[in-house]
Design a binder for this molecule. Sequence first.
Ligand code: 4AD
Ligand code: MG
Length: 463
Amino acid sequence: MKRTLIKHVLESDQIGGRVKVAGWVRTRRDSKGGFSFLELNDGSSFAGVQIVVPGEIENYESEILNVTIGSAVAVTGELVESPGSGQRVEIHAGNVHVYGYADPDDYPLQKKQIGFERLRELAHLRPRTNTFGAMARVRNALAYATHRFYQERDFLYLHTPMITASDAEGAGEMFQVTTLDVGAPPRVDDAVDYSQDFFGRPTFLTVSGQLEAEAYALALDRVYTFGPTFRAENSNTRRHLAEFWMIEPEVAFADLSDNADLAEAYVRYLFQYILDHCSTDLEFFNKWVDDGLLARLDSIASADFRRITYTDAVEVLSKAEVAFDYPVDWGVDLQSEHERYLTEVAFEQPLIVTDYPSDIKAFYMRRNDDGKTVAAMDVLVPGVGEIVGGSQREERHDVLYESIVAKGLPVDDYWWYLDLRRFGSVPHAGFGLGFGRIVQFATGMQNIRDAIPFPRTPNSAEF
Ligand code: 4AD
Ligand code: MG
């Protein structure tokens, strides 16, 4: 018989019909009357289905009474209305096949409440908990909504390389990729001889697909990437990962204001989408993880973001009656504490901060006429701070060249990027949204390590 996913069984009106389900047991209760209840979950929905197993089935004593939390079973039986208050329907088992037991002396997910830190050491089993099942479903919905949003707007999905020779952010925070023997690399004079490396040159895992996305936007008008990016920054914070997924749209013939409009529309679309499609999972997070979550998602989905310049933001921060760990002065980079003050205390809503000092931003951002600032933008949200970083790009060849040199970057490496400014250059703009951060925000999870299946952070890459 064909298997039905539990989420479809729970919605089914085929009372009296035969169904087959399979999944992992969450609880087993034995009744005095000589039968048992199993709660079975297959991850297709937050709720599991209740199975009533009569004592008469042939493997009841030999197998069913050895089924414990975490065991995997398949059940064939009759769908009936449930007399219990917890569920609309349940299954009266005619046959239970046990695929795999989970020895209760060893299986770690016995207790109802296990701390998130402990669960990170059980990254291979945590998908079987309520929280991580819900996280995975919300994450999936946000990914699907991302493709829908861009596809509906005629953006082309672009796959940019993960191995690269150029530092897209110019920040030097890259993991090196090599097939040389790191213990004894070939040398010429004192330097490593990279001509013998796989690519004949030093290569790295990319920090961003932006530079390649620009090449395609300057031919196909509007593109977006959605792939993994890597940063070897040693930031052991609750919002940094060494490997994270990023969505990077890039649009030709667009300026900073068009870019801010797109980012705002996208973020609001994501939240509206999960409010419409993940209500049970979000209600769980609202109840157990962050009781302001639903109200916050609702308000962000339905209200305009506020836009202010960096200069005005610094003004607000310098008047704040709070002692920041990092003092604020025009020219400093905004720290997470500043971002959160602005969006949580000063304005109590998402903000788009624009026109940052050129000294603290990447080489590719378009220089403003004041000579001091660039056409940058960050989207800040309560709880997380920056979720989007982007800019209008410097489309003027000579200004870009100067900026690369002024930042001390190896200008020869950027020859092809500069070429884009020599042939048919146009104003263009784009941004990057950190997927882990949006999942963190959408679930209310405190730590980004709990917003991705297998987090990569300093000293942690076991699974
Ligand atoms: O602000 P960032 O560094 O911008 C870029 O990479 C640009 N190339 C994007 C573009 O214009 N196409 O990173 C973009 C976003 C941040 O706003 C943040 O949400 C996320 O990526 N991010 C991280 N998320 C998790 N862990 C990290 N270490 C992150 N670094 C950035
Ligand atoms: Mg940034």
